[in-house]
Every structure is written in C-alpha cells, then in structure tokens.
Design a protein around this ligand. Structure first.
Ligand code: HEM
Length: 522
C-alpha cells in the first residue's frame, strides 16, 4: 500500500505528464503557425499583455505574422490569436460555436460568481437553467435557454421598456442637477463611472425583473460595491497571477482577496435575486414580457415547481451580464462626446429637435447622430476586448487566406487550444473600415457605407451573440438623450483604457477605473 504523500506525488506527476503530453501534441499540430518567440517559459506572453495598453500587441502580431498567430500562455499553454474573417465566421457561427465553447477557466469563473449546485428539477429539466446562460454549453441546453430568454429581449419587449429607460435616465439627470444646486454652481466635476454602473443595474432590475434597486438616490449599495469590487480590479501583481493562471488552474479563483470578492458577489447577487423572485411570486407579476414573467410562466407550467437555486443562477447571470458592459459603454460614450465637442453640439441639436422622450422606433429612424455616436463608441471601445473560446474537439476551420508559407485553405485546431478573437483589431482594421479606421467618426454609420462594413463584433455574432444587444442600445440611447439635452460635458484629464473584467476608462497612471468629467448645465 502507498502512503498518502506518495499518492499525492504520483497524482501530481501524472497531471504534469498529462499536461506536458497535451502541450507536445498541440505544439506539433500547430508547428506551421507563425508567432512570436515566447519571452518567458513560465508566463509566456501573459506578462507583456498585462503590462501594456489593452489589445495593443494584437495589432503588431497581425502585421508581423498574419491573421492566425500562435502565442504561448502561462507554462507554454498554446493559444491562437485569430483575425481571419472566414475562421471567425465559422467559429462564432452555427456550424462551429458548439465545438468552441468558452474556455474552461472562463466557465469556472461564471460558475463561481453566478452559478450554483446543479440539481435539475421541474423547470430545470425543461430548460436546463441550472448554470445560467453564460455558463451553459452544448447545443441543446444552450438553445433551450436562449428560447426561454428571447421573448424578454425581443423588439416588442424593448419597445415596452422605453418609458422605464427614460424614467431612470431622467432620475439620474435630476440627481446631477441637485448636486449642482447643492454646490451652487452650474458646472461641477462628476465621477461618471459610478453613475453609469448605477444606471445599468437599475435599468436591468426594472426592465427585466420589475424590481427597483433605488440606486439613483446615490446612496451606498452593497450589491454595487460587490460587483465593482470584483470587476474594477486594481492593476497589481495578484491580479496578474489570477489572470495569467486561471486558464489552466481555475481553482486559483478560490484563494485570497479575489476568492473572497467572488464569494461576496455571488452572495449579494443571490440575496437580491431571491428577494426579487419572492416579491414577484407574491405580486404574481406577469407584466407583459419581462424575463421575470417568462420565468413565472415556465414555473406555473412545470409539473414540479422551479428550484429556487436554479432561478437565482439565471437571475445573477442576467444582472451581471447587463451591468459591466453597459456601464463601461456609457462611460466611453460620454468620454468621446467630451473630447469631440463638435459632435456633442450636433448631437444636442438633433436631440433638441424632439421635445418628448423618443420611442424605440423614433430612436432608430430620427436620431442618426446618436446611433452613429453609440456604434462608433462600441467600435473603438469594445467593452469585451477579446472573444475567448477553447477547442472542445480537434476541428478543421476554413481560412480566407492560407497561413504564410503554406497552401492550406483550412487550419486544424487541436483539442484544448485556447483561441481569442481580438475585437479591437477587427473593428479598427483599415482594410475593412478605411484609412480613418482609428478615428472617431460617427458619420461613417450615416453615409451609406456602413452597410458594406462587416457587422460590429462588440456584441459578438452567431448563436452566442449578445441577447441583450437591442436592450443595451435602447437604454444607453435613452440616457444619452436625457444627459445631452440638459448638460454639456468636457474632460480635463488624460484618460487611458484599463483592463478590468471589461475595458473601462481611468485617469492615466491611477489604479482603478474612473472618469471625472466637467458637467455643465446648458
Ligand atoms: C453595450 C452593452 C453590451 C455589450 C457590448 C455586450 C456584449 C456581449 C458579448 C460580446 C457577448 C458574447 C460573450 C461571449 O461569447 O463570450 C454577450 C453575451 C451575452 N449578453 Fe451581452 N453585452 C451588452 C449588454 C447586455 C445586456 C444589457 C444584457 C441583458 C440585459 C446582456 C446579456 C447577455 C447574455 C445573457 C449573454 C449570453 C448569450 C449566450 O450565451 O447565448 N448583455 N454580450
């Protein structure tokens, strides 16, 4: 019989052998794919990526090595950086996406912050929601969840949500006016990222779950603090180790301060979700097509009642998916308007020609500058910088041009390879967007050429693209209408992009996300 230290040593050795063999097999299969020499045996490219401007290396790699680039992650883990249009369409499209799920580490992250133990009963047997839509993989399970959620994010639903978006936007504007009144000034500096987060959470709470968080009072909120604490990470060594290692050792998410934040966020989201569900059941809330109403209907229809833990996982998922990217986009839109005063003025004229709050249809037909400003912001500041996937099985993927030095029109991607699609490169590629691809020019969406542009990847594409894209655009536009109608904004600070969970703005040289803008009554 072997002792337990021997058993641990043997298991560790087996794991190392398995990992090394996997590395050897995929490195050999990808030996013809070009890429930079790894600067570190331990960290691969991760150190460099973490310590430079988010996404800046991807441009250089594409220029030097082409549209498929092999890089090393921590401990030599193989990764492919893909900017080939045919490969991207295949990977994200119906044919490829279920062979390329989210990487294991990303799924563990979602499970730890949003998920729960997977006990499938009643509704859960029907919809497999135990793990929430961001976590769930596999065609059948994912499609079931999508079908359940889709009505709540359809055009008619978003049309119904418009009064809610306008009401919340106007509350935020009123708070800013009060802050000016209190200080007796017509121009004050406001840290807008915090308000943007409040707006995003309040909107999804009201529109998806008929729940009021009352975040626009400006009072402290444990939920907001937990979400912010988890994602608005300080740029320090611990954050780096977490980010570099969670691809291969997801259990790292359990330890230290980060592990504590993960548990706290899950608990806060869980408490809120449980309360929302109890309130909705008591009120028998079946208002139109909210997500809450869909879930209540599914609950009533299922033979066994829904498992509360499972419902909570789905609610946590939606709250968190709606919070981060919307708050960062709102901040970036205001930043772009602040540094482009002429566009800001043109937008104000467009908005001022309407005295009432626009409907969803008016927003799409009568606010072309607003539309251009939002899409141009999402093009230059995609909140989700890289779209990550992992080959679940070895898969052959089509290429629009062969790998340099070969004549193959397909690439075989070995199982276990992590892929990332750098959205920033795709959205600023001068071959696709023209010579002014790096310039903020909202009119590119109005001059008729936009229909020849590839679609934005900011919301991704295909079966796993953002289900809340329409919802997000409507709420952000409602807020910008309310703010630009009443205020002008300018920025006195040097702002840089900062990689937290999404790409957020921060004052250059500081550690955490921030966007102080001078806001003036007009
Ligand atoms: C500007 C705002 C937003 C951006 C840029 C954005 C972007 C994205 C992207 C890129 C994905 C794909 C992620 C991946 O494949 O790894 C995604 C998925 C998703 N988003 Fe959004 N999102 C936004 C707002 C929202 C809102 C407001 C909601 C809900 C109210 C939402 C709900 C979801 C959900 C549920 C998924 C998972 C879809 C699936 O797996 O089928 N998002 N989002």
């Amino acid at each position: 019989m072997i002792s337990w230290p021997e058993a641990v040593a043997v298991s560790a050795l087996l794991l190392v052998c398995r990992f090394s063999y996997g590395l050897f097999v995929s490195r050999r299969a990808l030996s013809h794919v070009p890429g930079p020499n790894s600067p570190s045996l331990v960290w691969g490219e991760e150190w460099k990526l973490y310590h430079t401007k988010p996404g800046s290396h991807y441009h250089g790699w594409k220029r030097t090595f082409g549209k498929v680039v092999k890089i090393s992650g921590a401990f030599g883990h193989p990764m492919l950086c893909i900017t080939d249009e045919s490969a991207i369409s295949y990977i994200l499209g119906a044919e490829g996406i279920y062979n390329f799920p989210k990487p294991h580490g990303v799924r563990i992250w979602f499970q730890k912050t949003l998920g729960n133990a997977s006990r499938y009963r009643g509704f859960c047997v029907l919809f497999q929601v135990g793990k929430g839509i961001l976590y769930v993989e596999g065609k059948e399970s994912h499609e079931r969840q999508r079908r359940l959620l889709a009505p709540a994010f359809s055009q008619p639903s978003v049309r119904n949500f418009m009064p809610v978006f306008h009401e919340i936007s106007s509350k935020l504007a009123v708070q800013w006016l009060h802050m000016m009144d209190d200080l007796g000034r017509d121009e004050i500096e406001i840290e807008v990222t915090n308000w943007a987060g409040r707006f995003a959470l309040e909107s999804v709470g009201r529109a998806a779950f008929s729940h009021e968080f009352d975040l626009l009072s400006g009072d402290p909120s444990p939920l907001l603090e937990a979400l912010d604490g988890l994602t608005n990470t300080q740029h320090n060594a611990t954050s780096f180790y977490m980010r570099a290692l969670f691809w291969i050792f997801p259990s790292i998410l359990n330890i230290g301060k980060k592990g504590e934040m993960v548990r706290r966020t899950k608990m806060e989201l869980g408490q809120v979700a449980r309360k929302m569900w109890r309130d909705a059941k008591l009120a028998n809330d079946s208002y139109e097509k909210t997500l809450m109403a869909q879930m209540l209907k599914a609950d009533a229809a299922s033979e066994q009642r829904m498992d509360l833990d499972e419902i909570v996982a789905q609610m946590r998922t939606i709250l968190s998916a709606a919070y981060e990217p919307v708050s960062s986009t709102v901040a970036w839109v205001l930043y772009e308007l602040a540094i482009n005063p002429r566009t800001q003025e043109e937008l104000r004229v467009e908005i001022s020609s309407h005295n009432t709050d626009p409907t969803l249809d008016e927003l799409s037909t009568r606010f072309p500058i607003l539309h251009g400003v939002l899409l141009e912001t999402l093009r230059l500041h995609p909140p989700i910088l890289e779209n990550h996937h992992e080959a679940a099985v070895t898969t052959s993927v089509p290429l629009s041009q062969p790998i340099p030095g070969t004549s193959e029109s397909r690439l075989v991607i070995p199982k276990g390879t992590i892929l990332f699609i750098p959205v920033n490169v795709m959205q600023t590629d001068s071959e696709l967007w023209g010579d002014d691809a790096h310039i903020f020019r909202p009119r590119r969406w109005m001059d008729g050429q936009s229909q020849h542009h590839p679609s934005l990847l900011a919301f991704s594409e295909g079966p796993r693209s953002c289900i809340g894209a329409r919802f997000a655009q409507a709420e952000i536009k409602a807020l910008i209408v309310a703010l630009i109608r009443q205020f002008s904004v300018r920025c006195d600070h040097e702002i840089e992009p900062f990689q937290s969970f999404v790409i957020r703005p921060r004052v250059k040289g500081t550690a955490m996300s921030s966007l102080p803008l001078k806001v003036k009554r007009v």
